[in-house]
Design a protein around this ligand. Structure first.
Ligand SMILES: Nc1ncnc2c1ncn2[C@@H]1O[C@H](COP(=O)(O)OP(=O)(O)OP(=O)(O)O)[C@@H](O)[C@H]1O
Length: 760
């Protein structure tokens, strides 16, 4: 780039800058960027970490503005506020004539090209795909993108367009990131350290290109860099320290004014002056003034003025002022007549209405975002695996592992009816003297593993050692006593009543196994007893408890737990897989800075959410179908109601999980907190939704909470559809649909509002 070519332009702009003038609203709006009295802190208001402390900044149109400052001084924070991604706590920003984020300002949007400090690219995309993404969201055609890409690849010395970004070196990735910012030739280019990791020759090429594009006055560049010397080529430099700009001038004038050798010298001197302002009464300051040469008159002219911040910008010529918590030091005498006017209130009509927030998205943006989401998933094999295999595996595991009766439970038996060494014969007759053997046969038929012992103590010991779930003891006259119990009626002796009992010593530490064993003992005894009565020509029904269980109206005579658990398990699998998938995809996008970058390019939160809804919904629909097919077609779990309702309810649950995933991703700053929040919500939701235990058995105070939770009503509803065959006409069914739809709506609105308002 010919230096002489721009010198006239530059000179003219410098003269404009040197003109002292009142900072009117109109003049502020004419600049590419104008920041006034910017205050920004992180942390709580009680204990704030102040980053911007009354900062003023003026970036004239068509200039290259080098923003310099030590690491951590707040440059990135300032740039984020300029591009509308973070909000000031107080103060004003005008960018390209409007307030960032206001209606019609075009900022954020394609008027801005933003290269953030982090790479902020999809590693799985090729260079061309990356450019297509950023180009399309900036409303470029594919042909325009390809033409620009050819130039940028050559100019930034990048490898072929089909190279995947993750296979490039760090420096190459930064250059791809720079290309993405330069691609659509924006009016305002904001480059956060674009020359890191770039060799000196290419660095000079980049600077030449920046000088070239700013030459016509249409493009303005704000650039931060740690290489102070390269900013000599900028038209203007802002030296940032302690939350505001120490100086804002052209590099030549700064060096000249401070009689410095280099810009680094200038920065050092200004820093010393600033420190003296803060500790001007301390002896350290005296020491510093004697060792550092500061332009004559500068210190003497320094006067302490009030806390009211003043203008510090090229707009006001050489006027350089600095504030500290305790007061303000003005290096050049402040001109009271040039005191800045109060910041005007924001213009009416700039504010977004609720409808604007929800205003429907641009079709081209949506198309691009959906394309990007699918491409990202397609390129991420583990994600694809997660998407396709996990729901099937989970469902198969559920169907194979939950709800089946425990098999081969060991029990120990001391049978005093048998002689020593005698083996049980199992023929049953009315006069049998070995009825205990007949009963044990029925137990064995129920897969219980019987171990015969030679004493009660030995049988109980097996239980104590954990080798048996129960010890059964039969008395020596068990058969006779049982017969007396049947045939002697009211004359039966108490001894016979006692001796006809099977004595059981059970291990009920595992409640489920204990209950199954009890059930097996009861059922086996009933079967045995009825068989015995039949052998004695007695109506076998006398042997049953006189309660007749008819064919149930709903369900089966022998209900199975799998049917009970299936609705809750299906819903939980679909819901939480959706949460994980959505939350993971969004957090990855956000934490790598890609989301930030897309938003600066003009993507709106509604578009972003809508694109995720479309992508995740497609995935989730596939998952739902797989889960339903495996559960009902392969494992034949009971489904009495219409399959369509089952699929719709499962699909809605997945949609709700997806919307909850949006909320988690917007609330949480990183994967770790997202994991805590998802897990933290998983357990209460699952515990209270009635999968594990009927809601009617919960503490009454929890029952109301349980019914309000997202998965409770829909689990119930699905259970009614599956087990009873009910349709949408039933209140219990349609309330489930209403409940899940309400939660979807709530989560969606919440995530839109969070996305919109949760800025730094
Ligand atoms: N979200 C945040 N929450 C709390 N503190 C933050 C946050 N973002 C930045 N900071 C802090 O604000 C200060 C300024 O950060 P910023 O990234 O703006 O500095 P910088 O000048 O761009 O630094 P560098 O040149 O190293 O990139 C730092 O101390 C940083 O730790």
């Amino acid at each position: 780039m010919a230096e002489g070519g721009v010198s006239n332009d530059l000179e003219m702009r410098r003269r404009q800058l040197a003109n002292r003038q009142m900072s009117t609203l109109a003049s502020r709006k004419q600049h590419a960027v104008c920041v006034r009295r910017a205050h920004k802190h992180y942390g709580s208001t009680k204990n704030p970490a102040v980053i911007l402390d009354g900062l003023n900044m003026t970036v004239p149109k068509g200039s290259i503005y080098g923003l310099l400052g030590a690491s951590g001084c707040g440059k990135t924070t300032l740039l984020s506020c300029i591009v509308g991604r973070k909000r000031l706590n107080s103060g004003e920003i005008w960018v390209l004539g409007g307030t960032p984020g206001s209606k019609g300002s075009g900022v954020p949007g394609p008027r801005i090209g933003y290269m953030p400090q982090e790479i902020a690219l999809y590693g799985e995309f090729t260079i061309r795909e990356t450019m297509l993404y950023f180009g399309w969201i900036s409303d470029m055609t594919t042909q325009e993108i390809d033409e620009r890409l050819t130039f940028l690849l050559q100019f930034l010395m990048l490898p072929g367009p089909d190279r995947q970004v993750k296979t490039l070196s760090g420096g190459q990735q930064r250059r791809v990131s720079l290309s993405a910012a330069l691609l659509h030739e924006p009016e305002l280019l904001i480059l956060d350290e674009p020359t890191v990791g770039v060799d000196p020759m290419l660095r000079q090429n980049i600077w030449d290109h920046l000088l070239h594009i700013t030459k016509g006055g249409r493009t303005t560049v704000i650039i931060t860099t740690h290489y102070i010397d390269e900013t000599r080529q900028a038209h203007m430099i802002g030296l940032m320290r302690g939350g505001y700009l120490l100086a804002e001038e052209s590099p030549e004038r700064l060096v000249q004014h401070y009689h410095a050798q280099s810009l680094e010298d200038v920065f050092l001197k200004l820093s010393v002056i600033q420190n003296m302002g803060k500790t001007r009464r301390s002896s350290i300051a005296l020491e510093v003034t004697t060792t550092i040469t500061v332009p004559s008159g500068v210190i003497n002219e320094a006067i302490v003025v009030d806390d009211e911040p003043g203008e510090i910008s090229g707009e006001f010529g050489d006027n350089v002022s600095m504030s500290s918590r305790g007061g303000r030091i003005s290096i050049a005498p402040d001109d009271p007549e040039n005191a800045p006017p109060e910041i005007p209130p924001p213009e009416e009509g700039d504010k977004w209405t609720c409808m604007d927030y929800l205003k429907f998205a641009k079709a081209s943006h949506l198309k691009t975002l959906i394309w990007k989401n699918f491409l990202w998933m397609w390129r991420n094999y583990p994600v694809m695996l997660f998407i396709t295999v996990l729901p099937v595996v989970q469902t198969v595991l559920f169907c194979l592992s939950i709800g089946h009766d425990p098999q081969n439970l060991p029990i120990s038996v001391m049978n005093y009816e048998l002689e020593e060494g005698e083996i049980c014969m199992t023929n049953i007759t009315c006069s049998s003297t070995r009825l205990s053997c007949n009963f044990l046969k029925y137990l064995e038929d129920r897969t219980l593993q019987v171990t015969y012992c030679d004493s009660v103590d030995a049988a109980k010991k097996l239980v104590e050692e954990g080798n048996s779930w129960a010890a059964l003891v039969f008395q020596s006259n068990f058969s006779d006593s049982l017969r007396s119990r049947i045939f002697e009626g009211r004359r039966v002796s108490p001894e016979d009543v006692l001796n006809s009992e099977v004595s059981v010593f059970q291990d009920i530490s595992n409640e489920n196994i204990g209950t199954f064993l009890k059930r097996d003992l009861y059922f086996s005894f009933e079967d045995f007893f009825r068989a015995y009565l039949t052998s004695c020509d007695i109506n076998d029904k006398i042997g049953s408890i006189p309660i007749r269980f008819n064919e149930p109206i709903y369900g089966y005579k022998r209900p199975n737990f799998t049917d009970f658990a299936a609705p809750g398990v299906i819903i939980t699998i679909v819901f939480f897989l959706s949460v994980a998938l959505t939350c993971g995809a969004m957090l990855l996008e956000r934490n790598e800075g890609i989301l930030e970058r897309s938003l600066v390019n003009g993507i709106t939160s509604v578009e972003l959410l809508f694109a995720h809804v479309v992508t995740q919904f497609t995935v989730m629909a596939g998952q739902t179908i797989m889960v339903v097919v495996v559960t009902f077609a392969v494992f034949d779990i009971t489904m009495k109601g219409p399959a369509s309702l089952t699929v719709i309810m499962t699909g809605l649950t997945g949609l709700c999980g997806m919307c909850f995933g949006f909320v988690v991703a917007t609330i949480c700053d990183n994967e770790r907190t997202a994991t805590y929040l998802s897990l933290g919500s998983f357990l209460p939701i699952v515990m209270l939704c009635g999968i594990i235990w009927p809601i009617e058995g919960m503490h009454y105070s929890l029952q109301t909470i349980a019914y309000v939770l997202p998965l409770t009503k829909c689990t119930e509803s699905l259970r009614y559809i599956l087990a009873k065959g009910w349709t949408i006409d039933y209140r219990e069914v349609y309330t489930g649909f209403i409940s899940i739809s309400a939660w979807i709506f709530f989560f969606l609105i919440l995530s839109i509002l969070l996305l919109k308002f949760k800025k730094g």
